[in-house]
Design a protein around this ligand. Sequence first.
Ligand SMILES: NC(=O)c1ccc[n+]([C@@H]2O[C@H](COP(=O)([O-])OP(=O)(O)OC[C@H]3O[C@@H](n4cnc5c(N)ncnc54)[C@H](O)[C@@H]3O)[C@@H](O)[C@H]2O)c1
Length: 269
Amino acid sequence: MQIAQKVAIVTGGGGGIGGALAERLAAEGARVVVSDLDDASAQSVADRITATSPGAAIAVGADASDTAQIESLISAAESEFGPVDLYFANAGVAAGSNLESDESVWDLALDVNLRAHIRAARLLVPGWVERGEGYFVSTASAAGLLTQIGSAPYSVTKHAAVGFAEWLSVTYGDQGVRVSCLCPMGVNTKLLTDDAALSATAARAVTSAGTVLEPAEVAECALAAVEAEQFLILPHPEVLEMYRHKGADYDRWIRGMRRYQAALLAQSS
Ligand SMILES: NC(=O)c1ccc[n+]([C@@H]2O[C@H](COP(=O)([O-])OP(=O)(O)OC[C@H]3O[C@@H](n4cnc5c(N)ncnc54)[C@H](O)[C@@H]3O)[C@@H](O)[C@H]2O)c1
């Protein structure tokens, strides 16, 4: 899908990958609704965009996992810019660790990393089918194709996000609905660098596995893939090789992941 002149919503747009996606969308001529749970961060990204592209962005504070708030977000986009062409379900949380993560942590991860996508798609897809066009971009993670050492909720919910994006594409692709699934490894954002987000082991598992990219590099790669209408977006191309190894011999891959985890734990003891 050509991005110029389109109307896009980016959740989790107040910084990190979402902020970079919003800025890049506007640079390519889209009109963008920057949304985040943190209103002030969304506003500062929108202000940065409008400083160079007047009128190209607005900020809307919203919880991307709440149906009523997603409805208001879509209404705000429609009244400011017109029908929504692209929805970037990008907000995410790196909550949790291993089996000790309690139910509230699982609920948060399931709500933000998975149900937010389902709830937005339920609101948008019928209109897209009617118009014969629309684009859903899911920010999952390489953890959704491989695993996330040190976080069961993150690993499981990101797998589920990949599964939902695949299903959406298979089910509605012939009716004009395009879907992409963004699966980076390490990206230099709060989610990776804040101690309060991923555990130290989980963060080290990511940073030791490959290059940590800047959000702007990920946004550039993601938007090129959207223009080309590619489903799987891998800013770290080596993830494809890892995923092939997993599919080719699951047991060998699991043994390798156990060895990798043991090496990480040995480093921290
Ligand atoms: N940083 C990485 O290494 C990495 C790797 C793979 C995938 N991801 C994914 O990329 C996405 C963006 O994360 P990031 O790395 O830019 O981190 P980030 O912490 O900088 O950005 C996440 C944003 O989401 C917002 N947010 C959290 N819960 C929300 C909610 N309920 N409603 C609306 N906004 C909410 C936060 O306020 C924050 O601004 C996430 O889905 C994350 O899982 C990140």
